[in-house]
Design a protein around this ligand. Structure first.
Ligand code: NAD
Length: 465
C-alpha cells in the first residue's frame, strides 16, 4: 500500500511537471515565439523598455547566459541545422557556434567616451536604437542568431528575427533557447523573438512595421536592396565572391593548405570563403600539386570539370541550389566519381571566363585561373570581386604586392597569408561577426553598430586640473 502511494505521488509529480512545462512552452510570452509579427513587436517594445531600465551588469549577465546556452546546446543545434537545411558540415557548424558564442563582443563594446577641455566636459554614449528587425540567412542560421542576439542585446535593443523559412526549425529552436537563457538570467521576456512561421510576407511586415526602428539584412543582394529601400536605418550584409590571389613570392605549400581549409569550411557556404583561386603562372603547378598533397583536394580533369559545371550551373547561368553546401562526394558522385571521406574540395583548372569564377557557388568546387603576373592577377581579382566590397585574400611575401591588391580591391575583409576564416576571428585576431556589412559600410558588426550616438555637454566645470 505504502509503495503504491509512493508510485502514485511520483506519477502526480511528473504529470504536474509536464503540465507546467507544456504551459510554459505554450505561453508565447515565455518562449520568444509568436503567432504574428504584431505580437512579436509588441513584446519586443515592452521588453526593450524594461531592459534599458536595468543595470549594465544585468545586461552582461544576459549576454553570459546567451553564450552559455549556445555552447550547451551546440551539438543539438548544429545537427539540426545540417539536417534541416542540408547545407554545411556538422563539425564546422560546431566551430561556427563556438566562435560566435565566444568571440562576439558584449557590453564592453559600448564603452562611453569622454573629453575634457577648457570649455568643460563632453560625454559620448552609445544608446540603443530600440527594436531591430533582423532577417537571417539559411547558410548560417545558428551562428547569425547567436552573433546578432549578443550584439543587439548588449547594446540595449530588442530584436525580432525573421529567419529564412527553410531554416525555420533550427532558427526558432535557437531563438527559444536563447530567449529562455535571457529570462533565466533575469532579463525581460520578449527581448528576442520571432514568429513561429517566418515567411517572405512576415519579413515584409517587419520591414514595414512602424515600431521597428532599424533593419538588418544578412543575406543575398536582393534582401539587402529591399531593406535599403525601406526608408528606415538599415544595415546590409550581402553576398560576396572572394578571390584568393597567389603570387610568385608566396609560401606555396602554406598557401595551398590555407586555401583548401578556407574554401572547404562548411562546404564553402560562408560568405567569406575563397570562391576562386587566381595564381601567377610561374607557381600554378606547384600550388595545385601542394593542394592535392593535402589529401583533402581532388583535382577534377578537364572533361569531368565540364560535366560538373553543367551539373551545378543552370542553363540560365545561375547556381543550381540543389548542390549548394553539399559535400564534394555528393556532387562528384553525380558525374560518376566516387571519393573517399577524407576529401573536402574539388579543384579544377579554369579559364577566367568560367561561370564559377564569377558566380558565388557556395559549394566545395573551386576554379583555379592562371595569370601571367601579379598585375594581371590583381586586375582580374578586382573584376571578379565585382564591387561587393566583401572579402579578398592574398598569399605573398611581397608587401608592395599585398598593398597594391588591398588598395585596388577595397574589400571589407582582406586576409593575407591565412585561410579566409582568419578574417572572421577564427585563428586570426579580432572579434567575430556573422553579419558583415559591406554594402552599408559598418564592416564586421558588433554591439556598437546597433546604437545611436548621443552627446552630453557640461559647460565650464567639472575639471580636476
Ligand atoms: P537570402 O537573401 O535568400 O535570404 C536571407 C534572408 O532574407 C532570409 O531570411 C530570407 O527569407 C530573406 N529574404 C530574401 N529575399 C527577401 C525579400 N525579397 N524580401 C524580404 N526578405 C527576403 O540569402 P541566403 O540564401 O539565406 O544566404 C546566402 C547569401 O547570404 C549569400 O549570398 C551569402 O553571401 C550571404 N551572406 C552574407 C553574409 C554577410 O555577413 N555579408 C553572411 C551570411 C550570408
Amino acid at each position: 500500500m505504502a509503495v503504491n502511494q509512493k508510485i502514485i505521488a511520483e506519477l502526480v509529480r511528473r504529470v504536474l511537471e509536464e503540465l507546467t512545462e507544456e504551459k510554459g512552452l505554450r505561453s508565447e510570452n515565455s518562449s520568444g515565439l509568436h503567432h504574428s509579427v504584431e505580437e512579436a513587436v509588441e513584446h519586443a517594445v515592452k521588453a526593450q523598455k524594461r531592459l534599458i531600465a536595468m543595470s549594465l551588469d544585468s545586461r552582461a549577465k544576459m549576454i553570459a547566459a546567451i553564450r552559455q546556452a549556445s555552447l550547451d546546446n551546440n551539438e543539438e543545434l548544429s545537427a539540426l541545422a545540417v539536417r534541416e537545411t542540408g547545407l554545411g558540415r556538422y563539425e564546422d557548424k560546431i566551430n561556427e557556434n563556438i566562435l560566435c558564442a565566444t568571440k562576439t563582443p558584449g557590453t564592453e563594446d559600448i564603452q562611453p567616451a569622454a573629453l575634457s577641455g577648457d570649455h568643460g566636459l563632453m560625454l559620448l554614449e552609445y544608446a540603443p536604437v530600440g527594436v531591430i528587425g533582423a532577417l537571417t540567412p539559411i547558410t548560417n542560421p545558428t551562428g547569425t542568431i547567436i552573433n546578432n542576439s549578443i550584439s543587439m542585446v548588449a547594446s540595449g535593443n530588442a530584436v525580432v528575427f525573421n529567419p529564412h523559412p527553410n531554416a525555420r526549425k533550427t532558427s526558432t529552436r535557437m531563438i527559444r533557447l536563447l530567449h529562455e537563457a535571457i529570462v533565466d538570467a533575469g532579463g525581460p521576456s520578449g527581448l528576442i523573438g520571432a514568429v513561429r512561421e517566418p515567411t517572405l510576407d512576415t519579413a515584409k511586415q517587419i520591414i514595414e512595421h512602424s515600431r521597428i526602428n532599424m533593419l538588418v539584412a544578412t543575406g543575398g543582394r536582393q534582401v539587402v536592396d529591399v531593406v535599403l529601400r525601406s526608408g528606415k536605418k538599415a544595415i546590409g550584409a550581402g553576398a560576396g565572391n572572394p578571390p584568393v590571389l597567389v603570387d610568385e613570392t608566396a609560401q606555396i605549400r602554406k598557401a595551398a593548405h590555407c586555401i583548401v581549409d578556407g574554401a572547404s569550411i562548411n562546404n564553402n557556404i560562408f560568405c567569406t570563403s575563397e570562391k576562386e583561386v587566381i595564381v601567377v603562372d610561374e607557381v600554378a603547378n606547384s600550388l595545385i600539386k601542394f593542394m592535392q598533397e593535402t589529401g583533402k583536394a581532388y583535382l577534377i580533369n578537364p572533361e569531368d570539370a565540364e560535366k560538373v559545371t553543367a551539373l551545378v550551373v543552370t542553363p540560365e547561368g545561375k547556381i543550381n541550389p540543389s548542390y549548394i553546401g553539399k559535400n564534394v562526394q555528393v556532387i562528384l558522385r553525380e558525374i560518376g566519381i566516387e571519393l573517399g571521406e577524407e576529401y573536402r574540395l574539388g579543384i579544377f583548372k579554369a579559364h577566367k571566363d568560367h561561370p564559377l569564377v564569377w558566380l558565388e557557388q557556395m559549394m566545395p568546387i573551386m576554379p583555379i585561373v592562371r595569370v601571367k603576373d601579379v598585375k594581371e592577377g590583381i586586375r582580374l581579382a578586382v573584376e571578379v570581386e565585382q564591387g561587393y566590397r566583401h572579402t579578398a585574400l592574398m598569399h605573398s611575401t611581397n608587401v608592395e604586392h599585398m598593398t597594391a591588391f588591398a588598395r585596388a580591391v577595397q574589400t571589407t575583409i582582406f586576409v593575407k597569408n591565412g585561410p579566409s576564416y582568419a578574417g572572421i576571428g577564427l585563428g586570426g585576431e579580432g572579434h567575430t561577426a556573422f553579419t558583415i556589412a559591406g554594402p552599408t559600410g559598418e564592416g564586421l558588426t558588433s554591439a556598437r553598430t546597433f546604437t545611436r550616438q548621443r552627446r552630453c555637454t557640461l559647460v565650464e566645470s567639472f575639471r580636476i586640473i
